[in-house]
Design a protein around this ligand. Structure first.
Ligand SMILES: *Cc1c(COP(=O)(O)O)cnc(C)c1O
Length: 224
């Protein structure tokens, strides 16, 4: 399938899921996950109407940002993969969003390194909602305290939470737990607007639970 067709099919899935959930059709943003696909595929998706792109690996993302520098002002680049605190500088300088902040030190460095000529870097805290030891992210109980600290950093804008639920029978409970945690941040008075939840396989369930941004790779670009 051409990227324009799979992008449209994905947008249709999102719109249908919003209708089923009784949510506004524009309540959920699509982040097209372009990891492992070449810059030419991003260009094609952009021509078909995608604007926000997600990358997992810092070096690969930086190479694509550079290759598509002619479109820079029209694209939004999101880092969704793990970020080590000693690799923050090029991310602070080149990306628009980071979804995978899971410690204060990383957040502090991103804030210090964000150039003053750019708007604040948008960040989400990654939550290890499945509790698997192999997964990155904060424990749910750590989310509110870290969110309070991150919200004070001058060159960051705390947007919300991200998670990668475990596929299978536990997924629905994990989607709900993320929605509850997102509500808990709002109840703290934090001005968060983004619940980054849902991928190709579970975007309908994530939208039903309250996701505001789905990160979709395979369904847009094809199998990796
Ligand atoms: C790869 C990836 C996605 C996209 O997954 P698909 O199943 O291809 O839609 C979303 N989020 C993260 C963090 C990823 O690493």
């Amino acid at each position: 399938m051409a990227i324009s067709d799979s992008l449209q099919a994905t947008k249709n899935r999102i719109a249908a899921a919003c209708v089923s959930a009784g949510r506004a059709p524009d309540a959920v943003r699509l982040l097209a996950v372009s990891k492992t696909f070449p810059a030419s595929a991003v260009r094609e998706a952009f021509a078909a109407g995608a604007q926000a792109f997600g990358e997992n690996y810092v070096q690969e993302g930086l190479a694509k940002i550079e290759a598509l520098i002619d479109l820079r002002s029209q694209l939004e680049w999101h880092l969704i993969g793990p970020l080590q605190s000693n690799k923050t500088r090029p991310v602070a300088e080149q990306f628009d969003w980071v979804h995978s902040v899971d410690r204060l030190k990383t957040a502090q460095r991103l804030s210090e390194q964000r150039p003053t000529g750019l708007p604040p870097l948008n960040v989400c805290l990654q939550i290890n909602i499945s509790g698997e030891a192999s997964k990155s992210g904060l424990l749910p109980a750590e989310a509110v305290p870290l969110a309070r600290q991150v919200a004070t950093l001058p060159r960051l804008r705390l947007r919300g939470l991200m998670a990668i639920p475990e596929p299978g029978p536990e997924a629905a409970a994990q989607h709900r737990a993320m929605a509850d945690l997102f509500d808990a941040l709002k109840a703290e008075g934090l001005a968060v607007d983004t619940l980054s939840l849902g991928m190709s396989a579970d975007l309908e369930a994530a939208i039903a639970a309250g996701s505001t941004m789905v990160r979709v790779g395979t369904a847009v670009f094809g199998t990796r």
